[in-house]
Write a protein that binds this ligand. Sequence first.
Ligand SMILES: [Zn+2]
Ligand SMILES: [Zn+2]
Length: 134
Amino acid sequence: MNQPKLCTVCGGRTTRHPSEICARCRRRAESPVKLCVCCEQRRTRDESGYCYMCRNKAVTQNYGIQRIDAAIERQKTVLSILEKKKEGLSLREISRELVIPKSSVSNIYRAAVFNAARATSFADVAEEEKTNQP
Ligand SMILES: [Zn+2]
Ligand SMILES: [Zn+2]
């Protein structure tokens, strides 16, 4: 009969496989350890070629870019609301055009105009303080 044999690679686990290599050592052979393609310092068995640390870093970077993209989209919305308001459209018309609820358009518009006004007044104060200095 087919007796389990000691694995010829690790010598620790037994196997019935004709190759006389245990399942774990066969898996190891299929995905050899490579140097990480990113840091070239840590070793990895991952298909991506990235070590554990660099994979995490890549995920974090993508996440950061996604957040920036979302922020850009938000700013674009703010910009088009302001531009359309300047063109003379009502908040209701802007809401219909951008397919955003009127309450959101109103909130975004107020926040943008209020923040801009506050930022300008801060800048004015800073300018005044500078010119008042001897
Ligand atoms: Zn083995
Ligand atoms: Zn790495």
